[in-house]
Write a protein that binds this ligand. Structure first.
Ligand code: UTP
Length: 295
């Protein structure tokens, strides 16, 4: 039986952006990975747009050294706006960067001890509410967006909801994989989580992608958690320990995911989005055809 009234709404989202982005060096030496633009929007902007579409109000950025550009991107740029107005340029283009005062909070992760640790750093601001997590280097394009699809599912089943994608079986060993229980359309009960299994050991071909809705109890699990794979405090380990104590479901994302944490994924996202944009699609398609014919 579903009971939509008893679910606490998802009002807060944590964006862990304290990673070092070593795969994009030297580009990310002085610029955060999350500020790399896909066409004319930094990666973080796509994630924030997706959060807002899902009704999320408060954005919590877990930042580290050299990440101030992310916060400045969402700040009021008085001089820029004054100059643009003076020159009769429209300010509409800046609209997505406007955040209601008080709705952007930053916390520092002083040492990059892993994704789980980054989330735990936001515990005081998350408080006693379920919350969303976005990994901004995973660019999710869907109609509606990935988090909106997840919030709709959460309103039905409550508890913890993660986003998953089907991949070919020979790719599972690069990802976190779910052990599925009962399936109902896009919704799958999660019975277990396995990080980077061998192909023959993988319990499914449903991989965890970078969107989560978690209950606040995960913070207590993270609190006492030992380091896992790579010497880092792993979010997957903490989630695995919540299974069985709370409802846990996966939503198969109806849309496309681009892994912008690696270089070819980033190029793919750039081309795919360019081909969807009415202001540039024709020109880019012609350019791509020309380049392919010449290569
Ligand atoms: P990644 O594994 O992609 O690491 O982190 P990274 O540092 O960003 O990139 P590479 O591998 O060195 O190129 C996944 C997400 O977790 C965050 C990252 O910012 C990214 O959003 N993260 C990771 C933290 O916030 N803190 C950490 O200690 C580790």
């Amino acid at each position: 039986m579903t009971n939509t009234t008893s679910r606490k709404p998802i009002r807060k989202a944590v964006f862990p952006v304290a990673g070092m982005g070593t795969r994009f060096l030297p580009a990310t030496k002085a610029i955060p990975k999350e500020m790399l633009p896909v066409i004319d929007r930094p990666l973080i902007q796509y994630a924030v747009d997706e959060a807002r579409e899902a009704g999320i109000e408060q954005l919590i950025f877990v930042t580290g050294r050299g990440k101030t550009a992310i916060v400045e991107h969402f700040d009021h740029a008085f001089e820029l706006e004054a100059t643009m107005t003076e020159r009769s340029k429209s300010l509409d283009v800046l609209e997505p960067t406007r955040i209601q005062p008080g709705n952007l909070v930053t916390v520092r992760q002083q040492v990059p001890l892993g994704l789980g640790h980054a989330i735990w750093c936001a515990r005081a601001i998350v408080g006693d509410e379920p919350f969303a997590i976005f990994l901004p280097d995973e660019l999710m394009i869907g109609q509606p967006g990935c988090m909106k699809q997840m919030v709709d599912a959460y309103n039905e089943v409550g508890g913890n909801v993660i986003s998953v994608l089907e991949v070919p079986e020979d790719e599972v060993s690069s990802y976190g994989v779910i052990a599925p229980g009962i399936r109902n359309g896009a919704l799958t009960e999660v019975k277990g989580l396995v990080e980077k299994p061998r192909r023959e050991d993988a319990p499914s071909n449903l991989i965890i992608s970078g969107r989560y809705i978690l209950q606040p109890e995960v913070m207590r699990v993270l609190e006492g958690q030992e380091k896992g794979a790579g010497g880092e405090i792993q979010l997957t380990d903490a989630m695995a320990r919540m299974i069985g104590t709370q409802p846990f479901h996966a939503v198969t994302f109806a849309g496309k995911r681009y892994d912008c944490g690696n270089k070819t994924g980033f190029v793919e996202a750039t081309l795919a989005i360019a081909l969807q944009r009415p202001d540039m699609a024709d020109e880019v398609r012609a350019m791509m055809q020309r380049m392919l014919a010449e290569s």
